[in-house]
Design a protein around this ligand. Structure first.
Ligand code: MSP
Length: 519
């Protein structure tokens, strides 16, 4: 088993996860969001040269899925096979580079759940009792009476989901005994819950006292059977959370993947923070396993100001958007528009605005100006690195500092800040070319012109390199145009200048502008 020691940036392993998606619904933009965010982290860490494991998948058990299958008139397994496939397709459609796709109906997962259950039982943290209380099928969660509101005779959870009274025998996890140890754990690991505002939310919930958690159900069958008591299936959240270790081979700690545990970061939506920051570390500590390093809760997307939902019929398909605007502009927009952690509103106008002004204008123009000047004035060959003039530091200083700044922001999952940093350099590139006027140097000082263009090429190479995780397809095309071979696209390769005279292909536009009227 690997130790708990944090790994230094640029070395070691990195494990990132998305939540596993319920298969009661077709994938929408909200689902694509976490996948893309996790993909950017995974791709970035690979660029840093780390060994990465990136997991996503589907959460296929529980009453909610059983009910959805019944409503569709299908056998639950056939139903989950069908819907799970759409999520798997989404990974490809979003060019997400997950290393595995876990389904909780797989035998390997049932084994992992059973093994974890046995560890909890051996530790004395599980007992048989009786559950009586309010349950929201939609959230697959229990609520206390004081958390509910009543409207027209129906009681609702804070999430807006209706609750029903449930009374049945149940196995319990002694969560009440874990409150102090959880608080000590949060104290010792101040970065475990992010963003910081969410941390206070969790702390006050735990401080208010935890009750034992019902971890099995007898009123439906669609779940992982409880070992030695198959009248019960496991509570879907115990089942679901276990996916993060199933994929690493648990309970076989000699599995070659096991050394990825503990996860560096679980990305989750704000609605499922409690499960990941209270139940999950408590289960793991009880089972004697290391806890994840960090859980980051992102916000929710609304659409033109409204909650995205099947009933409102306004769920946005990320695939349709990618077809219309291009996948990379969509990936860029999702991470640039809203600080990760905040809620955000999706509007076509905002997407078109960023595509036109930041991608086509700021970035596209810089690339086009530099590459056309090289094509025209340097016979399409990369100029030599010239003597460094005073003015060059204005550009090259920020260019050289950029990868470190992006790394630092991404280690905080501050995608928008990383992209702001990148765009500061894009804008600097545009103003620097205006002040250096290489077109005017053509006659007066061709040596200096070549040096100016070479510096701008260096800037573009750095920009395209650091942007690969966000816009993989477009930046691969950009690096092709810059003459950077596939073996020279990592962060460390930036230290090795390309040979003078490298032939560059004819420049072609990277981003297509979209008419505002299409909004
Ligand atoms: N199956 C559980 C997670 C188990 S993880 C061990 C679940 N599934 S879900 O399909 O309902 O949600 C998956 C993720 O999508 C959650 O992180 C949720 O926050 C996110 N989103 C669902 N709708 C969303 C938006 N409208 N906007 C952003 N993210 C949203 O919860």
């Amino acid at each position: 088993m690997s130790g708990d020691a944090p790994t230094a940036a640029g070395s070691g392993r990195y494990y990132v996860t998305t939540p596993i998606y319920y298969v009661n619904d077709r994938p929408h933009l909200g689902h694509a969001y976490t996948m893309v965010a996790a993909d950017v982290l995974a791709r970035w860490k690979r660029l840093e040269g780390r060994e990465v494991f990136f997991l996503t998948g589907t959460d296929e058990h529980g009453q909610k899925v059983q009910k959805a299958a019944e409503a569709a008139g299908m056998d639950p397994q056939a139903f989950t096979d069908d819907v799970s496939r759409h999520f798997r397709e989404l990974t490809r459609q979003m060019t997400v580079t997950n290393d595995d796709f876990i389904r909780t109906t797989e035998p390997r997962h049932k084994q992992a759940c059973a093994a974890l259950w046995e560890r909890l039982a051996e530790a004395g943290d599980i007992y048989l009792g009786h559950y009586e209380g309010w349950y929201a099928v939609r959230d697959e969660a229990f609520y206390g009476p004081d958390e509910l509101v009543e409207r027209s005779g129906v009681k609702y959870a804070p999430s807006g989901a209706p609750v029903e009274w449930v009374r049945e025998p149940s196995w319990f996890f002694r969560l009440s005994a874990w409150g102090d140890r959880l608080l000590a754990f949060y104290e010792a690991n101040p970065d475990f819950i992010a963003p910081a505002t969410r941390r206070n939310e969790v702390l006050s919930f735990v401080r208010s006292g935890l009750q034992d958690l019902s971890i099995s159900r007898t009123s439906f069958r669609w779940g992982v059977p409880v070992p030695r008591d198959d009248a019960h299936v496991m509570y879907v959240w115990l089942d679901a959370l276990t996916n993060y270790i199933t994929a690493l081979g648990y309970p076989d700690t000699h599995d070659p993947r096991w050394h990825f545990w503990p996860a560096d970061v679980h990305l989750v939506g704000k609605d499922i923070l409690r499960f990941h920051t209270i139940y999950w570390p408590a289960f793991l500590m009880a089972a004697g396993l290391p806890t994840p390093r960090r859980v980051f809760a992102h916000g929710w997307w609304t659409v033109e100001g409204e909650k995205m939902s099947k009933s409102l019929g306004n769920a946005i398909s990320p695939v349709v958007l990618a077809e219309e605007f291009g996948l990379d502009p969509l990936r860029y927009f999702l991470l640039r528009e809203v600080p990760f952690g905040n809620d955000g509103d999706f509007s076509r106008r905002a997407l078109i605005g960023r595509l036109n002004s930041e991608l086509a204008n700021d970035f596209g123009n810089l690339a086009n100006r530099v590459l056309s000047l090289i094509a025209k004035n340097c016979e399409g060959r990369l100029p030599a690195v010239g003597e460094t003039a005073e003015a060059d530091r204005e550009l090259l200083g920020p260019v050289e500092a950029l990868p470190g700044q992006v790394a630092e922001a991404l280690d905080r999952q501050a995608f928008h800040e990383a992209l702001e940093r990148v765009w500061a350099v894009v804008r600097l590139g545009n103003s620097w070319i205006d002040s250096q006027k290489p077109w005017a140097l053509r006659k007066s000082d061709p040596v200096r012109m070549a040096a100016v263009l070479r510096n701008l090429h260096t800037a573009l190479r750095t920009l395209a390199t650091v942007l690969q995780p966000v816009m993989p397809g477009t930046m691969a095309a950009m690096l092709d145009q810059l003459g950077v071979g596939e073996g020279a696209r990592s962060l460390s390769a930036l230290a090795s200048p390309l040979p003078e005279g490298t032939a560059l292909p004819a420049p072609a536009p990277l981003f297509r502008k979209v008419e505002e009227t299409a909004a």
